[in-house]
Design a binder for this molecule. Sequence first.
Ligand code: OXD
Ligand code: MN
Length: 649
Amino acid sequence: MPDIIDKKPAQYAGEVGRFAKNLAHPNVGLFNHLRGISVVHGNVQDLSPKVRSYVEANIELCQPDNIHICDGSDNENKQLLNLLQQQGTIVPLPKYKNCWLARTNPADTARVESKTFICTERRADTIPTTKDGIKGTLGNWMSPRDMDAAVQDRFNGCMKGRTMYVIPYSMGPVGSPLSKIGIELTDSAYVVSSMRVMTRMGKPVLDKLAQSDEFVKCLHSVGTPANGTVEMASWPCDPERTIILHKPQNNEIVSYGSGYGGNSLLGKKCFALRIGSTIAKREGWLAEHMLILGITNPKGEKRYIAAAFPSACGKTNLAMLNPTLPGYQIECVGDDIAWMRFDDKGQLRAINPENGFFGVAPGTSYSSNPNAMKTIFENTIFTNVASTSDGGVFWEGMEDEVDFSQIKITDWLGKPWVKGESKTPAAHPNSRFCSPAEQCPIIDPAWEAPEGVPISAILFGGRRPAGVPLIYEARDWQHGVFVGSTMRSEATAAAEHKGKVIMHDPFAMRPFFGYNFGHYLDHWLSMKNRSTNLPKIFHVNWFRKDVDGKFIWPGFGENSRVLDWVLRRIENEDCATETAIGLIPKDDALNMQGLKEEINMKELFHLPKDFWMEECFAIEKYFKEQIGMDLPQAIDEELKGLKKRVNNM
Ligand code: OXD
Ligand code: MN
């Protein structure tokens, strides 16, 4: 009996000739674990020995029926989309070109932070040691033994009857010295099609691996619940036993039970942030939850800015901003993740490791983000948005786009939805579009530059309804690191948290740290020795509300006025004034030219002493309870300094 059976399902018929060649290859004899497995797509000889043994080991564990080695071609993608359609996972959206709608199992709609673990020998390498009785909120730890048991428990035979896809992918442009490679093994064709959008995927990556053989190991299965209903389901998943595991020591990710983006597209949060931050620590760079934008002023001077905001706080909107300030132009490098390192001249340079946008749909409209709207109606997979009777999509925020007298809406659960009558949202609040970045009309010409773009400023921000001004500038790098560590924001729908509680979300990385946050702060602080030309650090808050609960600042395109001030500060223009918390614009220093609305600037920049005393207290408590002994002394000193200045306000 041959090791590999030549069994081609109908949808792979066109590939038979190539497989026949594979089967004749003498190397096939090496694949002892492939006994009885069909290679239904691709060429096993294209896998480097290290990749091959990773695949083999997981074939033995997961016992799939078929192997599909992804080449990233259009043809392959078409076949997969057909398959997904046959399975009922996606439906076409005929109103647009090559767009699809996936409806997930309603129990699988967001990242599951409580089931996400970092696995190290010592707990203290993963999370700070919290005080007795205090639940840590800076990540979850698991021992290697428990991880092995969790994997064995879930993955043994979990792909029986299914196809294992082998996805070779690059985070960052293939071949850039700042890029890294991953191999994701998954039993989900939805994951393959989405990874093709979100990463550079396929043959060029395998070719690259033939030279270097370094890759992050990513194993994913949608899972097989005990009741065995999985094969019937259009969205197979196993929410009860979902688990997302990371082992930094092995550059390894294992994810089970969820098909939802952040849990299953392993290049994104799991690799580019969690494992990425551990690699970055080892290699002396930064892997951050940040958008990257280029901004050109009316004089034609261009700067790049990176900005960290918690999930679903408008990173995509800022990254694609249409400036209202005349003569300014913004171009987008990335909307979610930045990999940054200092070059040999001390210039911080960033790449966007992703290849697409996995953006939150609700709230996206021609008025809030016209550039996103011009990006997402081609070659896009929508997930959990509502659909329209004319073959399109709908979500909260798109009301002006739809003629409700003509068009019927079906909500994300597949039920009829009537504007003004239905009590539940039409689209899930965490519904997404997954679109190629190159389609963005303002994609930056240097967005794929292998050397990255030079970063002149870093912004931190969050949703703060009270007390926090529109913008303030950190006094220096160390103070800026402190500002990042004190970030707080209202909870959003991106994960499983409920309600409008103000959560601490340092560096917008709380769900994404790959190692002990105290050590992460040390790492950020150590960057100051790498350059004499450090970027300036700022904190922004577009979300301050007045006493009537209305936003004081109009936001969106008007945020260009804030960026203009940032640019002028980068040039050291004397347009800032010291306050207890940092530097804010001098009176009249923000360019308000052409702004029609009357803005209460006093209220926008007011620093209530009692609020800031309370804030210092909350930060101190947070540091003591959550970071404890791991808090760097420099950060403690910054807190003391802030308290003193606030006291003297
Ligand atoms: C995201 C997130 O999906 O931060 O980008 O949750
Ligand atoms: Mn994000």
